[in-house]
Design a protein around this ligand. Structure first.
Ligand code: ZN
Length: 302
């Protein structure tokens, strides 16, 4: 039989989504980083998504068969082998708009999240962002309302400072003091800590682990990457469905498994790992990547 008349054998190929899911089981957890949800006309640090955009992003998760959860739940599920379709959702700084705009949308579409709050600035504002605009932070009541809605409450320190530049006593106050304060407010010690500005070094990561936190959220933690320095992906107002698809693909292709995916066995972190911890090595897009490199503020967090 001539070759060109031979029957064509059609090979059944698994759907792309299933292929990605299997890869997903071997990668670091995918954790998305949000900050504020509200009007974005004046947003010099690109920390705001509009409620409309957040709603589209949550429905994108639903269409992909993914469920957003808080990071503690994500890590528990992965430890039990059931985390494949889960994505960590995090909201830094504890803006009051989290309860106003994000929580209703999360609940409507069947997701939950971790909100990292600042118990040293209850009801205050983001005065650390020099250019503004000023955004109100959650009060004690707001934090309790978020917890009552099923959201995980994590610590972002007390007042939002770069912990790599603090004296030991200040570091202890930010890490332990915020944990104690959140336990007073919610009745439960927080499981997670989020490093202000995404800034980490070995001293800071060790302090967070030693204070009893089960995990820490960074942005790009370089050689410190692990359960106490989890990488996260920035999500902003420009992230359409297509960009989210690309970001997810980039994560699945580039992120290696965490060196320490659960538990504290590898602590303390080696002090020599500190230099370059703010680097971008694990997640930097290749030249020509269809997803543009993230702006500086997105790499560092706020
Ligand atoms: Zn922050």
């Amino acid at each position: 039989m001539p070759a060109d008349t031979a029957p064509v054998r059609v090979l059944r190929r698994p759907a792309a989504r299933d292929t990605l899911s299997r890869r997903g089981g071997r990668t670091a957890p995918w954790v998305l980083m949000y900050h504020s949800v509200g009007a974005c006309a004046d947003d010099p640090y690109l920390v705001t998504v509009s409620p409309d955009r957040l709603e589209r992003q949550l429905t994108w998760l639903n269409r992909r068969g993914l469920t957003g959860v808080g990071v503690a739940e994500l890590l528990r599920a992965r430890a039990d082998g059931r985390g494949n379709r889960l994505v960590g959702l995090t909201f830094d700084d504890g803006y009051a708009d989290f309860v106003e705009h994000a929580v209703p949308l999360l609940l409507r579409y069947g997701h939950s999240a971790t909100v990292f709050v600042l118990p040293g600035r209850l009801g205050g504002d983001n005065e650390w962002d020099e250019l503004g605009p000023r955004k109100t932070l959650l009060t004690e009541e707001g934090i309790r309302a978020a917890a009552a809605a099923g959201m995980e409450i994590g610590s972002h320190g007390l007042v939002h400072q770069d912990l790599t530049q603090t004296a030991d006593g200040v570091l202890a106050g930010e890490v332990r003091g915020s944990r104690d304060r959140l336990q007073e407010i919610t009745g439960k010690a927080p499981a997670g800590f989020c490093y202000p500005y995404g800034k980490v070094d070995a001293r800071v990561v060790n302090a967070v682990a030693a204070a009893g936190y089960g995990y820490g959220c960074a942005v790009a933690a370089g050689p410190l990457t692990g359960t106490h320095a989890l990488p996260r992906a920035y999500v902003g107002e420009r992230d359409t469905d297509a960009r989210l698809d690309l970001k997810r693909l980039r994560h699945l292709l580039r992120r290696r498994p965490l060196p320490f995916d659960s538990g504290h066995a590898a602590l303390p972190y080696a002090r020599e790992a500190a230099p370059g911890a703010g680097g971008r090595a694990p997640g930097r897009p290749a030249a020509g990547s269809p997803v543009p490199p993230e702006p500086r503020s997105e790499q560092d967090g706020r």
